[in-house]
Design a binder for this molecule. Structure first.
Ligand code: NAP
Length: 243
């Protein structure tokens, strides 16, 4: 009997994260639904289980050290290892985020969730990932974090508001992804960043043009990379995104 692949998706109670969990579950994987709110977590797990997914709840607030440690302990007790971590949880932060008017608290709050939260959860899960035969880490980023796409002639095609908290948080996350890949080169751990496109979710007041299911596709692709797949790169559905 082949062992089930075990994944954890952070922020999996709604939006793109929920669809990532559903998509990985449809592959026959066992999926941990990382979510901070008990009711929303339970509701998502119930919905996934009703759809035939082997889902289990993982209480997780990515801004909290003790919560990340407890989440790792729970997964260790339930499964003994982790094959795939999808760092999906993020916030947009209070608007407006024009550099000249922003409240510094907004920047600190967004960075705590979108960047430090990813590092915190990744490092808490690292001992479990190291026990996997083919560990994969997927960091959900955004093309808004691409300095190439935010500058020069490319910026004329760039959508999205000027934002000095959310967009730079994804630039920082991309840089963090690259540094993890450098440290982990020579191991079997592949870590990449993925952009879901402009998806209708609560993050943007449901103004996006893609469905959460479409947005989840890139994460599923990066979660299922073969052993000789890329690491330390940034992708969307169309291919490599410039940093
Ligand atoms: P969403 O619907 O707002 O969902 C965000 C998820 O993150 C929710 O489950 C939320 O939980 C969770 N979360 C936020 N802070 C958390 C914390 N401290 N601890 C644990 N969970 C937390 O957003 P989405 O659009 O699906 O976004 C998913 C990912 O895609 C994000 O990384 C986002 O930056 C990225 N992305 C989205 C778009 C887009 O167009 N939507 C575009 C590019 C990139 P609660 O329900 O408890 O708040």
């Amino acid at each position: 009997m082949t062992e089930r692949t075990i994944a954890l998706v952070t922020g999996a109670n709604k939006g793109i994260g929920y669809e990532i969990a559903a998509g990985l579950g449809a592959l026959g994987w066992s999926v941990g639904v990382g979510a901070r709110d008990e009711e929303r977590r339970k509701a998502a797990v119930e919905r996934l289980c009703a759809a035939g997914v082997d889902a289990f709840g993982v209480p997780l607030d990515v801004t909290d050290d003790a919560s990340a440690t407890a989440a790792a302990r729970l997964i260790e007790e339930q499964t003994g290892r982790l094959d795939v971590l999808v760092n999906n949880a993020a916030i947009a932060g209070d608007m407006p985020q024009e550099p000249t008017r922003v409240d510094p608290v907004t920047i600190r709050t967004v960075m705590e969730t979108n960047v430090i939260g990813v590092i915190r959860v990744t490092n808490a899960m690292m001992p479990l990932l190291r026990r996997s035969g083919s560990p994969r880490i997927v960091n959900m980023s955004s093309t808004l974090g691409s300095l190439t796409q935010q500058s020069g002639a490319a910026a004329e095609q760039t959508t999205g508001p000027v934002s000095v908290a959310y967009a730079p948080s994804k630039t920082f996350l991309n840089a963090v992804t690259l540094q993890y890949a450098r440290e982990l080169s020579g191991t079997n751990i592949l870590i990449n960043a993925g952009c879901p496109g402009y998806v209708a979710t609560g993050l943007n007041g449901f103004s996006g043009v893609r469905t959460p299911e479409q947005g989840a596709a890139i994460a599923i692709r990066l979660a299922t990379l073969p052993d000789d797949g890329p690491t330390g790169a940034f992708f969307d559905d169309a291919g490599v995104v410039p940093w």
